[in-house]
Design a protein around this ligand. Sequence first.
Ligand code: CA2
Length: 147
Amino acid sequence: MPGFLILNGPNLNLLGTRQPEVYGCTTLADIEAMCRDHGARTGVRVEFAQSNHEGALVDAIHDTRGRLDGLILNAGAYTHTSIALMDAISSAEIPTVELHLSNVHAREAFRHQSYIAKVAVGVICGFGARGYTLAMDALQSHLEARS
Ligand code: CA2
């Protein structure tokens, strides 16, 4: 059974509590439950984590190396700034899907830049919480096509 880390960056612990017009009403705990449920139905072992700290996210990415099969990363604002996260993905050699709740391309210009996309298999954005399970399916298909 493949194992995926679903990793969430800064401020995503606040989901469902503020700015529902941008990020929806679903909490991160709800999303974790949806992903675990989806994993149980589709045969994927799910690890789920969130941190507000760039170094902790780097550590979590390193820890996937040789242990897990894929990474789904909503790096939050670090998406647009973090060469460290980009390098961590490259060094862990983990197939990665970049994920965003909102359609970052329809928002401010500074959200159009992504360091994660440069090392990702693909990007899913704009589908709200549903994007997490879409990303799981996309990553699973990618791994099946590769093997
Ligand atoms: O759309 C996404 O998923 C983002 O990764 C969310 C980040 C943003 O910086 C990215 O450009 C796009 C921000 C997450 C902030 O989360 C909050 C949740 C509730 C209330 C306030 C912020």
